[in-house]
Design a protein around this ligand. Structure first.
Ligand SMILES: NC(=O)c1ccc[n+]([C@@H]2O[C@H](COP(=O)([O-])OP(=O)(O)OC[C@H]3O[C@@H](n4cnc5c(N)ncnc54)[C@H](OP(=O)(O)O)[C@@H]3O)[C@@H](O)[C@H]2O)c1
Length: 289
């Protein structure tokens, strides 16, 4: 019997990478279902013939319960725009327990154990409280933020506009996070553990700009804006205020030099050195062309 795995956030960075690795490496042992808001759109985005799809919306509990029926394992993430854990995440954990799910792999956040105000901390606590066997994946800062959230400023203005000062950040590649998630979901030895998933590189944004400049063959400037200038620019660009606040909080952590931590967990899980920032830049160079 194949292990039935439900993957939330399937069309996002980590969910899509997790599905790709599950199907590439464990197709004989697992049956993977993508839990998605819009099945038609997801089918066009995720082109795996053996992947199943089910409608799932954190804001509609009936879809959550129906999707979880018969599942053995759940890959759970908190969509960035859903901050109210009691309203949107706790019901999913309770539904997973009621459905008899035997393992929840939750995409958390590096340093969450020291930051009780984050939604991720609250979700971890709820999963523990409910006694569901769990694995918490706590990644550092995604390299792919540079090719998504900050893509346009790099491509169009050859500039990185992030208020992180000279603080160093540890960067992890989402593809590695997805591979680690797949290993944890398909394996048996990861119950009730937390893994800190970091890349090998910690650097400040002057170093990131220099690296991108070398890769792209044109100068990239780190603007190093103040927090006020950053918030003002993002507000004028039409970025929603809650998202500006989340970004500011994240970059303040980096500014204070508290985002550079390294842990060996990812290397141990993957059995290889994590992807370097230089390799990521090479692989994604078209994003900033
Ligand atoms: N960015 C970082 O550096 C970083 C570092 C550590 C941890 N994290 C954590 O990683 C998580 C984000 O992961 P990600 O980057 O893979 O996500 P993402 O690319 O932003 O994708 C979000 C996913 O959630 C789905 N979604 C949104 N609203 C939904 C709803 N109401 N019901 C069902 N699905 C919904 C989206 O589906 P649609 O395609 O249908 O919208 C999409 O698949 C966050 O919790 C974040 O805090 C991020």
């Amino acid at each position: 019997m194949k292990t039935k795995i439900l993957v939330t956030g399937a069309t996002g960075n980590v969910g899509a990478a997790t599905i790709a690795h599950l199907l590439a490496q464990y197709a004989g042992a697992v049956e993977v279902t993508a839990a998605v808001q819009d099945v038609t759109r997801a089918r066009q985005a995720l082109l795996h013939p053996e992947l199943r799809f089910v409608r799932f919306n954190f804001e509609d509990l009936s879809t959550v319960k129906a999707a979880l029926a018969g599942m053995d394992k759940l890959f759970l993430l908190r969509p960035p725009q859903l901050a109210d854990v009691r309203q949107y995440l706790e019901p999913v954990v309770l539904a997973a327990k009621a459905a008899g799910v035997k393992h929840v792999v939750f995409l958390s956040l590096q340093g969450v154990e020291h930051n009780k105000l984050t939604p991720h901390y609250k979700v971890e606590q709820i999963i523990r409280r409910e006694g569901l066997p769990y694995t918490f994946l706590r990644p550092s800062f995604f390299m792919q933020n540079l090719s998504t959230t900050h893509r346009a400023e790099i491509a169009e203005r050859s500039e990185i506009f992030i208020p992180a000062g000279r603080g160093k950040t540890n960067f992890v590649d989402v593809r590695d996070v997805g591979e680690a998630a797949a290993r944890v979901l398909a394996g048996e030895n990861h119950l009730n553990r937390a893994y800190e998933l970091t890349g090998a590189d910690a650097c400040d944004y002057y170093e990131v700009a220099a690296l991108l400049g070398r890769t792209l063959g044109r100068p990239i400037r780190y603007a190093n804006p103040s927090v006020v200038r950053f918030c003002w620019r993002k507000w004028r660009e039409g970025v929603p205020v809650p998202f500006i606040l989340v970004m500011t909080a994240l970059y303040m952590v980096a500014r204070l030099g508290k985002a550079a931590g390294y842990a060996p967990d990812l290397q141990v899980l993957l059995g290889r050195v994590p992807t370097s920032l230089a390799q990521f830049a090479e692989d994604y160079r078209d994003a900033w062309a």
